[in-house]
Design a protein around this ligand. Structure first.
Ligand code: AKB
Length: 321
């Protein structure tokens, strides 16, 4: 049987588009999508799909053995805002799912792992501008703590057990397909949807809050390129800093106004403002650029054009029934 790829948490924002890309690269039947439920029917019906709870070691183990899975992309997680509401659930899901796949690699059931980290590993004591790869990491969110600890475990399993685990500190990801859920950077997706739907948006962050962001196409490119790089070129076994664009709510609003001149915005910061304030405003990703030739393609205006074109097409499709 040919070796297979398993995506855990495939119905989420990144998982949805990662599944499509991996199926293009490796063939539909070689990529098994899985999630805890079937909430994304397009994805469920687009190729092999299994219901898997990321916290259930036996379910992941059996799926790997039955299908000759050799690579796992572990995309299931509770993000920063949800993690603050349900701290123990975030710890349970984010840590135990990681241990399950690390242990499967240690036991040689699988060969390779992708596990996403986040800019949430940084905290208020981290240098805010051009945050370096190696710096102070004192996260103040549960999500950030799970990602920071997760990075330590990834490096430990790599050094101690030779586990081939690779990771990226994702910034906020913007896409027009599946919606994000429970993150602090989610405003940067919602704003485009509301610009098209209602022409007005109430932002939960203040207008000058600058955060690192990235268009989905760049995030998927980075993920697949990192996984295709030969193992000896990957020196960072915790997680790579990765950057594309940084912007404030005001700047994305102004970018959208170039296409939708009547669009209006108001600002009503909530608990997520405190989380955003603790994160960097820009990231130094020179190591990723040097070690595996990472480069981004989308700046703010190019991304805005893509978002608006695609969301408008979607609205037309719905209108036409
Ligand atoms: C969040 O906002 O929690 C995520 C992240 C930056 O990891 N999008």
């Amino acid at each position: 049987m040919s070796s297979k790829i398993l995506i855990i948490g495939a119905c989420g924002q990144i998982g949805t588009e990662l599944t499509t890309k991996l199926r293009d690269l490796h063939g539909v039947n070689n990529v098994i999508a899985s999630d805890i439920n079937t909430r994304n029917l397009d994805l469920v019906n687009s190729g092999p799909f299994e219901i898997i709870d990321a916290k259930n070691y036996n379910a992941i183990h059996d799926c790997c053995l039955q299908n000759n899975v050799k690579t796992i992309y572990l995309m299931a997680a509770l993000l920063s805002a949800t993690g603050e509401k349900y701290p123990m659930e975030a710890w349970d899901l984010n840590m135990n799912s990681l241990f399950h796949v690390l242990n499967l690699a240690k036991e040689k059931v699988i060969d390779k792992i992708f596990w996403p980290s986040s800019i949430a590993v940084f905290g208020p004591t981290t240098p805010k501008i051009n945050t370096p790869q190696y710096t102070i990491c004192e996260p103040t969110t549960v999500y950030g703590i799970t990602k920071q600890v997760g990075e330590r475990w990834c490096e430990y399993y790599n050094k101690k057990y030779d586990v081939d685990v690779r990771s990226i500190r994702y910034p906020g990801i913007i896409s027009h397909k599946a919606m994000p859920g429970g993150g602090t950077t989610d405003y940067a997706v919602e704003i485009y949807h509301e610009a098209i739907k209602s022409g007005t948006y109430e932002c939960f962050l203040s207008e000058e809050t600058e955060l690192p962001m990235m268009f989905m196409q760049d995030a998927i490119k980075a993920t697949t390129e990192l996984m295709q790089t030969s193992s000896e070129n990957i020196k960072v076994r915790s997680a790579y800093n990765l950057a594309a664009i940084s912007f404030t709510p005001k700047q994305v609003f102004e970018s959208i106004k170039k296409y939708i001149p009547d669009f209006t915005i108001s600002y009503k910061p909530d608990f997520r403002q405190v989380i955003a304030n603790s994160w960097p405003s820009s990231i130094d990703d020179n190591i990723a650029r040097k070690e595996w030739d990472w480069q981004h393609d989308f700046d703010l205006d190019k991304m805005t054009r893509e978002m608006i074109d695609n969301l408008q097409k979607l609205v037309c499709k719905v209108d036409l029934g």
